[in-house]
Design a protein around this ligand. Structure first.
Ligand SMILES: Cc1cc2nc3c(=O)[nH]c(=O)nc-3n(C[C@H](O)[C@H](O)[C@H](O)COP(=O)(O)OP(=O)(O)OC[C@H]3O[C@@H](n4cnc5c(N)ncnc54)[C@H](O)[C@@H]3O)c2cc1C
Ligand SMILES: NC(=O)c1ccc[n+]([C@@H]2O[C@H](COP(=O)([O-])OP(=O)(O)OC[C@H]3O[C@@H](n4cnc5c(N)ncnc54)[C@H](O)[C@@H]3O)[C@@H](O)[C@H]2O)c1
Length: 452
């Protein structure tokens, strides 16, 4: 069975869904190929359900702060509203009917199954051959990467997909991996009463974050009673109803084990060699218009430019414009933001100090701590955090910033504008910052930069 259309989109994650709908609305005939759920990881297994969990734990945490600020109360966590919101409100039982309807209403057609490029301009899904006159767009996303730890395979460990569907909180949980996934889940389950052990192979949690930021969030997790091990390599896993995880010199036991050790792609299965791409690579190289090969575009996690929903959707807009032959600015990742939704939130825009030093000749940093700010003093309990600015002093502009704190992900928005628009540091230093906000903690760091 052969079908000829203008565009075939393989993988309907946030970017694939967006680019497919844009092109269909523009009048092209578009087939979207999806093997699991239209919308991808984000709405069903990632961003949305995990932030619903975080919203609930933030409420618990604030309630637990009442005794230090406002009297007394009793907090009794109950997971069932969280599980119900995720199951019934957010994912409608992990059902993508609404997303499919949205795509079809835009004029697209969905083919369910695993798509693979079988020749230039050709995608095969089972028995069906789809010929793309104008473009193939790849948005396959990623799968959880499970390390080859002795004894792990075959045990009932969780990845993010099982963790978001948990109907109850385990009494104890071991989390492998201190990246954003491991960090968010660790704090969520701990705040709902699980005894959590977090094991990270690298020397700091959130290894890609500023060390000062990692230190703040590590201290917060320790303060909340989590057991944290960094620089720790897991040697083996055994499951006999209970998980036993052995590292050098220690053994941890828990009811549940969450593997959050990163993500993987499978470009061989996607058939990218048929269009001349390296199928042994982990990511697909794209140019500033998301072009990967002749007639092939790629968007999302697979491009390796920041595994976030906002990256995927940003890229999809550029790819759609390019496919339609419309003018649009080229991709520019200088002000890429990211937020790990722990409490305090850990937010970054642009470059860390280490990255900036590798890219620029004259780099200077400045740091201000939230507890030392007026708002931090007022806030008292739960005020941990900092603002760190990274400047290219050659040009007198910020190239990166980190904010850790309550609403750190919101505060970093102001700094994202500065990095994106290359607002001179001197000009930022003349701004008026409302008193007494958390974002006013940006000012002492700016003053420090100006003085240095
Ligand atoms: C637990 C967790 C929490 C996260 N939280 C956030 C957050 O708060 N904010 C944020 O910005 N990001 C977050 N992320 C990252 C975010 O989920 C991804 O960056 C986002 O989903 C974008 O991915 P994508 O567009 O590349 O595709 P994905 O969402 O991975 O979707 C790809 C789709 O392609 C399908 N597919 C793959 N191969 C084929 C094939 N050959 N044929 C047909 N279909 C195929 C898959 O079934 C899938 O549905 C989180 C990730 C995790 C794991
Ligand atoms: N809030 C957000 O925006 C958000 C939330 C979650 C995930 N994400 C994105 O999703 C992607 C996946 O996140 P992730 O946290 O799974 O991956 P990650 O690659 O960011 O982190 C995985 C961590 O596991 C560690 N690790 C690897 N093998 C290990 C082992 N055997 N034992 C112990 N530790 C080990 C790594 O050193 C690393 O720190 C990331 O790119 C992230 O940016 C974003």
């Amino acid at each position: 069975m052969t079908d000829e259309v203008d565009v075939v989109v393989v993988g309907m994650g946030p970017g694939g869904e967006d680019v497919a709908a844009r092109l269909a609305r523009a009048g092209l005939s578009v087939v979207g190929v999806e093997s699991r759920l239209v919308g991808g990881e984000c709405p069903y297994y990632a961003c949305v359900p995990t932030k619903i969990m975080v919203r609930a734990t933030d409420a618990l945490a604030e309630a637990r702060r009442v005794p230090e600020l406002a009297g007394s109360n009793t907090v009794t966590p109950d997971w069932s509203p969280v599980a119900a919101r995720i199951r019934d409100e957010a994912t409608t039982g992990w059902n993508d009917e609404a997303a499919v309807r949205r795509f079809e209403d835009a004029g697209g057609r969905l083919v369910r199954g695993v798509g693979s490029i079988t020749a230039p301009g050709e995608v095969t899904v089972g028995e069906q051959v789809l010929r793309a006159r104008r473009a193939i767009v790849l948005n396959p996303g990623t799968e959880p990467a499970v390390p080859p730890i002795e004894g792990l395979a075959g045990t009932p460990y969780w990845t993010n997909r099982e963790a978001v569907a948990a109907e109850r909180v385990p009494q104890s949980l071991i989390v492998l991996g201190g990246g954003p996934v491991g960090m968010e889940f660790s704090q969520v389950f701990a705040r709902f009463g699980a005894e959590v052990t977090l094991v990270e192979a690298k020397p700091q949690l959130l290894p890609l974050a500023e060390p000062e930021a990692a230190e703040v969030i590590t201290d917060c997790l320790l303060e909340e009673g989590l057991r944290v091990r960094v620089g720790s390599t897991v040697q083996g896993v055994r499951h006999d109803g209970t998980f036993h995880v052995t590292t050098e010199g220690e053994e941890f036991e828990a009811e549940a084990l969450l593997v959050a050790t990163g993500r993987r792609t499978d470009l061989r299965a996607l058939g990218v060699a048929a269009v001349g791409l390296d199928d042994s690579a982990g990511t697909i190289d794209v140019d500033e218009r998301m072009r990967a090969a002749d007639g092939v575009w790629a968007v999302g996690d697979v491009t390796g430019r920041g595994a976030y929903t906002h990256t995927s959707v940003y890229q999809s807009r550029i790819a759609a414009a390019d496919i339609l032959g419309e003018p649009s600015p080229p991709a520019d990742y200088r002000a890429m933001p990211s937020v790990t939704f722990t409490d305090p939130e850990v937010a970054l825009v642009g470059l860390t100090e280490t990255q900036a030093v590798a890219e620029h000749d004259r780099v200077r940093t400045a740091l201000s701590r939230l507890p030392e700010s007026p708002r931090g003093f007022i806030h008292k309990v739960g005020n941990e955090g900092l603002v760190k600015l990274v400047a290219d002093t050659g040009r007198g502009v910020l190239v990166g910033a980190t904010v850790v704190g309550p609403a750190g992900g919101e505060i970093v928005g102001a700094l994202a504008v500065a990095v994106h628009a290359e607002v001179p540091v001197a000009s930022l230093n003349e701004m008026i910052f409302a008193y007494p906000t958390f974002h006013r903690a940006i000012q002492p760091a700016l003053e420090e930069l100006a003085a240095s």
